[in-house]
Structure formats: structure tokens, C-alpha cells
Design a protein around this ligand. Structure first.
Ligand code: NIG
Ligand code: FE
Length: 406
């Protein structure tokens, strides 16, 4: 290997490679080398090829831990305004469903998004994504779903793409037209689904859609309506995922599994049959402990059933103005440990390896030769500290595709 062409070399830290299917894969006093945005060496410093250090364009001495860059596989980070007033209402006893039925909830964010022009929406959303990046995220999924008409869904997806360009991170976009019924379609759910099915190919033609999601729930869309949207996704070759079984068991997990979907998300109320269908389809369970925490939910996802069926569990922020105004994926990992009793290793795997899989990405999530040079350096000495500290400036620096982010 011609080591003189390496673009960067990080020396001295402990790597948390997650290279195998179990264990942290720790390498002490390690070296991590990359070229053209891809890892070319991840091993002990003592095993570096001779001349590697002298030849690298950039050499950084670091201590602490280096993990794969964190991957937030479920966010609604593009939105306008906030819903702090609803949080107060819920503290006084109103439920999320009560507020949605009274015309608040998602629809109130829809009003704010429709009023904001593209640049204003970008400016507001960038602040949140910068916060996610400042705590280790290097890849993000961002959904539409607060426009609920063609032009405003398009505006959201364009903003999501622009965020990736401005910040130099990977943003995977998800079309979530079937998120809520907009007021102009009140009482006409089927007609709204017709419209969603019409917009999807047009947005896809513009290169704005990487995946398709829906909210299958008694306050949103039925399984049959969701199926109609998924069928359009299938004809376009787009992968699907679903807000499934969050507030009630609506057989959402089984539906997304039937379509060979990437992930079923929330899944607090998923039944044994849903778990079995996910296992058979290889569908990831995306745990969203921020929404669980903020809504003060009590029904836990079927964690042991996921474990024993071998369903991979990812962890994401669900960053959104209603149920999860959470601006740190590391904090979501922390909540997954405290509320769901994930082990610190499961939480880290959930925000790296399994999150990559939930996005259909196989080029990241581990520190190994051939993976993208996306990594985060932390001012901690053991992996459990990542989920032990609540807040705090733990991130020393991060890289995406071999380029320095923070
Ligand atoms: O993932 N469940 C539906 N969607 C979001 C909430 C969106 C909102 O309330 O604005 C969620 O929890
Ligand atoms: Fe969500």
C-alpha cells in the first residue's frame, strides 16, 4: 500500500471499532488512517506500515475514545416555530391525542412551515442540526411531513438536502406526506392519500426522496391508506419505513415488514406477531426514547422479544417540535439506557451500526478498512461514559468523509 497518499492519520486514542457483531472492539494506543474519505487503516499504532506517519498529509495526536460517527436515523429536524405551549398543556393533563384532535399538534407546525420561506426554514433548521453535529452526529435522516401540500413538502425536502451541503454531512431524506391530514382535506382522508401518491413520483423525479415513511395510527392514517403509499414507493424502487405502533398496536410493524421495509419506528405497542414479521424481513426496530420520555409514556417496546428474535435495535432522536425536542443523539442513547435498559454497548451500536442499516447504508457505522472516514473523538476514557454524562462538552472533534466537521 502506498502510504504516502494517506490524507489523515489519527494517533494515540482508543478506537471503539464495533468491528465484530458483539463487543466494543477496543484498540488501545491506536491509529486510524484515511484516504479519499475512506478508512485505510484501523489498528494498533505499533502495526502501522513504515512511513505512514511521515507520509500522511495530516497527523493528529489524540487521546480519549474514537467511535464511528453517530448516525441519527429518524429526525424531523426541518420545521419552523416550536410547540412549547403544547408541552405546558400536556403538563396540565391534556394528552398528545387530545391536542391533535383539537387541531393542534402536527397541524400547528404545518401552519408555521407553510408561512416560512425556504431560506427562513433553512436558517431555523440549521441551528438544530448544528446542535446534533456538535454532539457527534455525522449522518442524519430528515423527514418531510410538515408541509402536507406539494410545494411545502418539496420545500422541506429541498431544505433537508441543503443542510447536507452546507454542513458537509450526509442527509438522507424521507418523504412523510402521510404524516397528518391537513385542514383543507378534513374528512377526506382517501382523497389526501390520492394526493400523496401523486406527489411522491414528482418529488422523486427531482431527486428529493431517498425513502418513504407514514404515520400509521388511529389519529393519522390506516394500514390500508399506508399500504397505498407504500405501493407507490415500491413501483419507484424506494425503501419504506413506518411510524408504527407508537400509541396503539395498529399492526404497523407487520405492514412495514411485509414490504421488506428498512425500519419500524417507535414500536412501543408492537405485538409478538409484529416482532416475528420484522425478524423474518430483516427490518430494524428504531427506538425513540426522546418521544417516550417527553410524552411520559409507560409502555415499553418489546425489547426482550427484539433481542431474542435477533431484530437489530437502532436509537434515534426523533428530533421534532411536538414529541421530542431533542437535540443530541448521545442524549437519546442515554435515555435508551435509563428508560429501556439498553446496555451502553447496545445504545452505541444502535446509534452507529444498526442506525446505518436502518438507512440502508453499509458504508458506515464501524471503524474498519473500507468504511467511510466518519468518526467522533470523545473526551472520555470508557464507552459507558458516553451514556453516563447528561450533557456536557464531550465531543473533542469529528470528521465526515475524512473532512473535519467540529
Ligand atoms: O415521531 N408520531 C408522529 N410524528 C412525530 C411527532 C410529530 C409532531 O408531533 O410534530 C413523532 O413522534
Ligand atoms: Fe417521528
Amino acid at each position: 500500500m502506498a502510504t504516502d497518499a494517506w490524507d489523515g492519520l489519527l494517533l494515540g486514542a482508543t478506537l471503539v471499532t464495533l468491528a465484530d457483531d458483539a463487543g466494543y472492539g477496543l484498540i488501545k494506543d491506536a491509529a486510524l488512517g484515511w484516504r479519499d474519505g475512506v478508512i485505510v487503516y484501523a489498528g494498533p499504532r505499533s502495526g502501522l506500515p513504515s512511513g505512514a506517519e511521515a507520509g500522511a498529509d495530516l497527523v493528529i495526536e489524540a487521546d480519549g475514545l474514537v467511535t464511528p460517527g453517530l448516525i441519527d436515523c429518524h429526525t424531523h429536524a426541518v420545521f419552523a416555530g416550536n410547540r412549547a405551549a403544547e408541552f405546558e398543556q400536556r403538563l396540565q393533563g391534556a394528552s398528545y391525542e387530545d391536542i391533535a384532535r383539537a387541531g393542534g399538534g402536527i397541524v400547528s407546525t404545518v401552519r408555521a412551515v407553510r408561512e416560512a420561506d425556504e431560506d427562513a426554514l433553512l436558517a431555523q433548521s440549521l441551528q438544530r442540526v448544528r446542535a446534533l453535529v456538535a454532539d457527534g452526529a455525522t449522518t442524519l435522516e430528515i423527514k418531510s411531513g410538515y408541509g402536507l401540500d406539494f410545494d411545502n413538502e418539496r420545500k422541506m425536502l429541498r431544505v433537508a438536502r441543503r443542510i447536507g451541503e452546507v454542513l458537509g454531512i450526509t442527509v438522507r431524506t424521507t418523504f412523510l406526506g402521510a404524516h397528518a391530514l391537513p385542514p383543507e382535506f378534513a374528512g377526506r382522508g382517501e382523497a389526501y392519500i390520492d394526493a400523496v401518491c401523486d406527489w411522491l413520483p414528482r418529488l422523486h423525479d427531482e431527486g428529493l426522496v431517498d425513502a418513504v415513511d407514514a404515520f400509521a395510527e388511529r389519529i393519522a392514517f390506516s394500514i390500508d391508506q399506508t399500504r397505498r403509499v407504500f405501493e407507490v414507493a415500491r413501483t419507484l424502487g424506494l425503501p419504506v419505513k413506518l411510524h408504527a405502533d407508537q400509541l396503539s398496536d395498529g399492526a404497523g410493524a407487520a405492514l412495514v415488514a411485509e414490504f421488506g421495509g428498512l425500519s419500524a419506528d417507535h414500536v412501543e405497542h408492537t405485538s409478538a406477531a409484529g416482532v416475528a414479521a420484522m425478524a423474518a424481513a430483516g427490518t430494524v426496530a428504531v427506538l425513540l426514547p426522546g418521544a417516550f420520555h417527553v410524552l411520559r409514556e409507560t409502555t415499553l417496546p418489546p425489547l426482550d422479544a427484539f433481542r431474542s428474535a435477533g431484530v437489530p435495535m437502532a436509537v434515534a432522536t426523533d428530533c421534532n417540535p411536538g414529541t421530542s425536542p431533542l437535540l443530541s443523539l448521545r442524549q437519546a442513547m442515554q435515555l435508551s439506557c435509563t428508560h429501556f435498559r439498553l446496555t451502553p454497548e447496545e445504545a452505541l451500536r444502535g446509534a452507529t451500526v444498526h442506525a446505518a442499516r436502518a438507512l440502508g447504508l453499509s458504508d458506515r457505522g464501524r471503524l474498519a478498512v473500507g468504511q467511510r472516514a466518519d468518526f467522533a473523538c470523545w473526551r472520555v476514557s470508557q464507552p459507558a461514559e458516553l451514556v453516563y454524562w447528561l450533557g456536557g462538552p464531550l465531543l473533542a472533534m469529528s470528521f465526515a468523509g475524512g473532512m473535519r466537521l467540529t
